[in-house]
Design a protein around this ligand. Structure first.
Ligand SMILES: [Zn+2]
Length: 136
């Protein structure tokens, strides 16, 4: 394994410290990974909007994919989420009951409307069925 000097920081590093670049003579980029990471962070700091815009666009173009991914993640970790929620509930009983009351007062109508709709568990059941069909 060889090594070369990074054009940015001038430090001699092993080739594995450089990202690959097929078109380069030695198959590696001229700046080391560390410098490239720093550069990326710098770019992000200067213009975080570009990145959030990219994320937004991806989500928009892949709505269904993102939605399924989120749901699959939830289904996969359902027990963990529940355990966490239970633990939180135990620790914060009083706070939660106060919060709940306040929340209920504020959202009475919405809550009533929601109760008439489908429950989350029913939705998840439907989703399980859907996954089974997709796999086939
Ligand atoms: Zn460097």
């Amino acid at each position: 394994m060889g090594s070369k000097e990074c054009t940015k920081c001038g430090v001699e590093r092993g080739l594995e410290e450089f990202n690959t670049k097929k078109s380069a003579g030695d198959g590696r980029r001229s700046a080391c990974k560390e410098c490239e990471n720093a550069q990326r962070r710098e770019r992000y700091k200067k213009n975080p909007k570009i990145y959030s815009e990219q994320v937004r666009k991806y989500r928009e173009n892949n709505k269904e994919k993102v939605r399924l991914k989120n749901k699959a993640y939830y289904v996969k970790n359902k027990e963990r989420f529940r355990a966490k929620a239970n633990e939180y509930r135990k620790k914060n009983k009083e706070k939660i009951s106060l919060d709940k009351k306040a929340y209920y007062q504020e959202h009475k109508e919405e809550i009533k409307a929601n109760l008439r709709g489908k429950r989350l568990d029913d939705k998840l059941k439907g989703y399980d069925e859907f996954l089974k069909n997709v796999k086939k």
